[in-house]
Ligand binder design. Structure first.
Ligand SMILES: [Zn+2]
Length: 236
């Protein structure tokens, strides 16, 4: 009985493991590229901060306008007070009282304008900071996208090449052995053809019973590890 083609099956398994890795890589790249979650969140935050900036800027303009109106009013009344056209003491007193009241209002308006200015500045800074952050996120993503696209192109060549290699190898392997290997791989994934070394299964490291070890050393029949269920073979 000729020895089974464990060497070729071993080679085929390496190709399969490489294909698994390539396919996992494609999946990882596609998932990563499809996920724009953090960029979208950053864009939403920027839109909200932009709105706040616009509101505070409007508030500031209104406050400055109100202040300017009061200032003009104070100036006009002061001009009248000192113009000499108003002579009645009662009228003069009323005018003075008016001016004093306007000055008081203006002082309050000044405080408002100052607060509005601070708020507008803060809102502008927050928006600018968010915009910078978003730009940096977008730049990082663009770089990643470029790298990943290049890698996907490589994989689009590598994967079919490996698949072809696999088909050629599979054609040279005993059908029963290949079927056993494939059904084990479907069930266990990972590495299912395992080398016996120093009397042990190199996957689960259990020491094989003598009879099983001898059978595995012949490489003439399919021998399974009692412990992990994998296919055993011995290097020639
Ligand atoms: Zn084992």
């Amino acid at each position: 009985m000729p020895p089974l083609a464990f060497g070729r099956l071993q080679h085929l398994q390496e190709v399969d493991l490489q294909l698994d890795a390539f396919r996992a890589e494609v999946k990882h790249i596609e998932t990563t590229l499809a996920d724009h979650g953090d960029i979208e969140a950053a864009r939403r935050t920027l839109a909200a901060l932009q709105k706040v900036q616009e509101q505070t800027s409007t508030t500031l303009r209104d406050a400055e306008l109100a202040l300017a109106t009061l200032t003009t009013e104070v100036e006009e009344k002061s001009k009248r007070l000192y113009s000499g056209t108003v002579v009645s003491p009662r009228e003069l007193e009323a005018l003075q009282a008016d001016i004093a009241q306007l000055m008081q209002q203006r002082s309050v308006r000044e405080d408002h304008a100052l607060q509005a200015m601070v708020a507008a500045e803060e809102a502008e800074n927050a928006r600018d900071e968010q915009r910078d952050g978003l730009e940096s996120l977008e730049a990082t993503f663009a770089t990643l996208e470029k790298e990943y696209s290049a890698r996907l192109q490589e994989l689009a060549v590598e994967i079919p090449a490996r698949e072809e290699e696999r088909t050629a190898l599979a054609a040279q392997i005993d059908r029963t052995l290949l079927t056993q290997y494939e059904s084990l791989r479907a069930r266990l994934g990972d590495r299912v053809l395992v080398l016996v070394s120093q009397g042990r299964c190199t996957f689960c490291h259990i020491a094989l019973p003598d009879t099983q070890l001898r059978r595995a050393q012949q490489n003439q029949e399919i021998v399974y590890c009692d412990s992990c269920g994998r296919l055993l073979y011995t290097a020639l």
